[in-house]
Design a protein around this ligand. Structure first.
Ligand code: IMP
Ligand code: MG
Length: 187
């Protein structure tokens, strides 16, 4: 039986209202910067999905979207390694397009760095990064971040697309887990 999130929620770090108002600002910034360009949003599944769908509704220049999924090699559940494997590739070519990678969270930076390296080989016209959350304390690989929603301390967070063992992505806020109260689903 799954626990309700109330049982292990330590605190709400970012409320639904704070998220929505920041995402509106990011959408406005992106709309301004990408006027007249061939904007193509790429979302890395699955964490970024909620952010993407909210963000794109605040982008008022024409744009398309695509998805990819990656998994890190030999990683524990909460720590990524230096290398990623593509488990679902893009549908459309990005050659000559103005690509904006939309991510939920950048922690070590390893995931996004590998994805950027790969996408560069496909010759987009431009390639930039938009992340909702940035946890810079754990950075192992430097990554350029062009749009950043919030900077967070080094705590494991969940909600608004981010999972704990694949659950709780639906919550409208970003919360911190009380590790001593959470019962792992697959221990
Ligand atoms: P990185 O490669 O260490 O930057 O990790 C990026 C990925 O790790 C994100 O796309 C998330 O899927 C996951 N991740 C990192 N920190 C958290 C967190 O606090 N909560 C949930 N997922 C996280
Ligand atoms: Mg993830």
């Amino acid at each position: 039986m799954m626990q309700g999130h109330e049982e292990f929620l330590e605190e709400v770090l970012i409320t639904e209202e704070e998220l929505q108002s920041r995402i509106r600002e990011l959408g406005a910034e992106i709309s301004e910067d990408y006027q007249g360009k061939d904007l193509h949003l790429i979302c890395i599944l699955r964490g970024g999905v909620i952010f993407l769908t909210d963000l794109m509704r605040h982008i008022n220049v024409p744009h398309s979207i695509d998805f990819m999924a990656v998994s890190s090699y030999g990683a524990g559940a909460r720590k990524s390694t230096g290398q990623v494997r593509i488990t679902l590739d893009l549908t459309a070519s990005i050659r000559g397009r103005d690509v904006l990678l939309v991510e939920d969270i950048i922690d070590s930076g390893n995931t996004i760095a590998s994805v950027l390296e790969l996408l560069k080989t496909r010759h987009p016209k431009s390639l930039q990064v938009c992340t909702l959350l940035d946890k810079p304390e754990n950075r192992e690989t430097e990554v350029p971040i062009h749009y950043r929603g919030f900077t967070l301390p080094d705590k494991f967070v969940f909600g608004y697309g981010l999972d704990i063992d694949e659950f709780y992505r639906d919550l409208p806020f970003i919360g911190v887990v009380r590790a001593d109260k959470y019962i792992p689903r697959n221990p």
